[in-house]
Design a binder for this molecule. Sequence first.
Ligand code: NAD
Ligand code: TYD
Length: 353
Amino acid sequence: MSAIEKTILVTGGAGFIGSHLLRHLVRTYPHYKLINLDLLTYAGNLENVRDIEDAPNYSFLRADITDLDAMRSIFAVYPVDTVIHLAAESHVDRSIDDPLIFVKTNLLGTATLLQAAKEAWDGNMDGKLFYHVSTDEVYGSLGEDGLFTETSPYDPRSPYSASKAGSDQLVRAWGHTYGLPVVLSNCSNNYGPNQFPEKLIPLFINNIRHRKALPVYGKGENVRDWLYVEDHARAIDVILHEGQLGETYNIGGHNEWKNIDLVRLMCRLVDEKLGRAEGSAEALITYVTDRAGHDMRYAIDASKIERELGWRPSLQFEEGLSRTIDWYLENETWLDHVTSGAYQEYYDKMYGQ
Ligand code: NAD
Ligand code: TYD
């Protein structure tokens, strides 16, 4: 057996994107040691990584990224040379309801992790990397035209996007001030298996399954650019290995959908798969009060990562969506587990009984 080539600390690896990233890295790089660091908040679920938990190159640590002593001791015990930082509070609606936990986790947590990495790597930054995973929401909201590029000015407008924007700037500051080797990526909306059913796609699949109302905010005219989560994981892999230090890469699917069109497509696909009458899911569509400060349109110009690193999305949206719906319908136990208890309280608070 050959030596460990890298020791990678992945934060937020029990969440949606982190679990797909870990699965991809654990299977692709048997000589990398992958440590999943996660606090297991409501969004973290070890069922998401069950299929890799026995892999010899994988381990899990439960810890809070805002706890400096805990972060220091992890760097003291493990020879971490790479951090891929995904741990965050990630849902816009929750950030409107309870903004301070977003400030704590996304800002203080990122600064704490940066500081622990800097202290551990001080004097020898060779071969080290702090990779920060972020969102296109830091760029604000687009009108009908235009795309976000890596040089678009930051204009975050929700507590979630503001806390992510601040975390990006903290990463750059540790890079400029202390010479920490950093790289960042900002990705558009992800979809796929294992996404917590508070986000549009899994929430609506679950509601259709239970014949519950589909709460479309406002007129349903807001636009999002959707990318299959495994394509995001592949992009992170490419940036990890080929990205230039200090650079930022935008990742997106060239796949813009108006919410209401996406919801109608989902309705048709789920009805077909459940053998229900055409139109039965659409009848559940309910227009509700718009989200406060609702960003109108996000769309990514991904030409830099395509040109410089050769990454491209692999999956057509209808295929990705169909696969995603199949996964949720085949994994009802997963859905039932994550939608019990605290989820029900959240749901009642957001959408009423
Ligand atoms: P998620 O909410 O599914 O997972 C977040 C994970 O972070 C959870 O496992 C949670 O337990 C963990 N976590 C939260 N607070 C923590 C703390 N204090 N210490 C340790 N772990 C903690 O999120 P996701 O959708 O997988 O997003 C992952 C990252 O990607 C986030 O940084 C998010 O901003 C970014 N991102 C997400 C999307 C998207 O569409 N979901 C798009 C672009 C970027
Ligand atoms: P979401 O999945 O929360 O992602 P984000 O807000 O980070 O883009 O929402 C995607 C879009 O769907 C967004 O425009 C808000 C809208 N939406 C609804 O219309 N109803 C809902 O219940 C949810 C959760 C979202």
